[in-house]
Ligand binder design. Structure first.
Ligand SMILES: Cc1ncc(COP(=O)(O)O)c(C=O)c1O
Length: 426
């Protein structure tokens, strides 16, 4: 399947030449070390800065400078309504209706807020099912929520491990586990794309199985948003949360987001932790007693919008709107397939390393995770010394994410050459 590729610089340049998104790289600042442009494969950790982010933030500084408090109503993008400006494009990116998505808070905070609404354990139905080795913050959120409800962690949190000798979970095993715990399951939560292995879980099948068992189903889309195709509304996912500093390029600590399916909007008795920004907009400033939520996910907002973060978020979302997820995903598949092809050329028998991310494009985003068999940290350090930005995950995995908005096929080729030379020496 991957024999469409050639292991030459000429071929890599040819792919860049025919890339319809090639002009997008120039919309980003690419870091340099000692004057040399870095091969930046860390977009799964922190996306690069769009050049227009500066002007979006400057606009808010100017409006604050000139208008003071009046900026809430009269800024170019009035601050009172700032959470609305990102809705349309966010909805497109995650496959939802605008009323189902909102930019707010940080990812883990949103996970807690939505667990308040959607993790309502009872005596018989109380378990949470998730993948083993979920990102630490999610693990701490699950642990603290379980303890908050006075439940026993060990018997409540079910963490699924891959089969012996395998690195990723099989969908059939996830479904089997959901069926086994069936009537005791209160919540099924998975990463969209697993942060360590890069596995893109089958959101539809997990959602169907979880809901069939009577559980609520949610996803942490930190590594999925802006990376893979998502259809949260169509797949009837109950809720999802994400951050915006990875593939969405909104900058460190960027404003996060959340999705709630509209089927929950008119549900009686749904609990939430409320604040004034979720209160009925027309009477928000009347300061009346009694919380009356806005209909839709906006009713889950707690505090007013951090405008500078939201401005950086908008600057990047505008680029997504121009490029379109369809074209981005098409390029992404080609870029990562090319990386995989070159890596397999280096070590076809997997003597020095093994790619633990699934080979099937439908089961991964742009990230490949490489399990190093020897000289682990030494190899990683040599790669970074050669001008490549990538990351290290204990005990022995390097993660690389060629990002379709700003990475090139030539960079993928050059990385493979660097990696090959380092392996030959170690
Ligand atoms: C999968 C996943 N979940 C949660 C987090 C933490 O999110 P935050 O600090 O934005 O709450 C991260 C951070 O990288 C992540 O990768």
């Amino acid at each position: 399947m991957k024999n469409k590729f050639e292991n030459t610089l000429r071929f890599a340049k040819k792919l860049d030449h025919s890339d319809i998104l090639k002009s997008y790289r120039s919309k980003f600042f690419i870091p340099k070390i000692k004057g040399k442009t870095v091969i930046y494969f860390s977009g799964n950790s922190l996306g690069l800065q769009p050049k227009q982010t500066n002007s979006f933030i400057q606009q808010e500084l100017k409006d604050w400078e000139n208008l003071g408090v009046e900026g809430h109503e009269h800024a170019r993008r009035p601050w009172l309504y700032y959470h609305k400006f990102s809705k349309k494009i966010l909805a497109e990116i995650v496959g939802a209706k605008p009323s189902e998505v909102v930019a707010m808070n940080q990812l883990t905070v949103n996970l807690h807020l939505l667990m308040v609404s959607f993790y309502r354990p009872s005596a018989g139905r109380y378990k949470i099912l998730t993948e083993a080795g979920a990102f630490s913050s999610d693990q701490y959120a699950f642990e603290s929520q379980i303890k908050f409800h006075g439940l026993d962690l060990e018997s409540t949190l079910i963490e699924l491990h891959p089969r012996d000798g395998e690195f990723t979970l099989r969908t059939e095993d996830i479904i089997k586990a959901i069926e086994e715990h069936g009537h005791e399951l209160a919540l099924v939560v998975f990463g969209g794309v697993q942060y360590y292995t890069g596995q893109f879980f089958d959101i539809k099948q997990i959602t169907d199985a979880g809901q069939k068992a009577g559980a609520v189903v949610g996803f942490d889309l930190a590594h999925a948003i802006g990376n893979v195709d998502l259809h949260l509304h169509r797949h009837k996912v109950d809720f999802a949360v994400w951050c915006s500093y990875k593939y969405l390029n909104a900058g460190p600590g960027g404003i996060a987001g959340a999705f709630i399916h509209e089927k929950h909007f008119d549900q009686d008795g749904i609990q939430r932790f409320a604040g004034w920004w979720g209160h009925e907009e027309k009477e928000r400033f009347e300061m009346k007693k009694g919380f009356r939520p806005i209909r839709g996910i906006d009713g889950w907002q707690v505090s007013n919008v951090p405008v500078f973060q939201a401005a950086a978020h908008l600057a990047s979302l505008e680029i997504f709107q121009q490029a379109g997820m369809k074209a981005l995903r098409q390029k992404s598949i080609l870029l990562t397939d090319y990386l995989e092809y070159l890596l397999r050329e280096i070590d076809p028998l997997e003597n020095s390393f093994r790619i633990i991310t699934p080979s099937n494009a439908a089961e991964r985003g742009c990230q490949l995770s490489i399990f190093l068999k020897k000289n682990r940290k030494k190899i990683f350090n040599s790669i970074t010394r050669n001008g490549v930005s990538l990351d290290w995950r204990e005990p022995n995995v390097i993660r690389l994410a060629p990002v379709p908005l700003y990475n090139t096929f030539e960079e993928v080729f050059r990385f493979a050459e660097i990696f090959k030379a380092i392996l030959a020496k170690s």
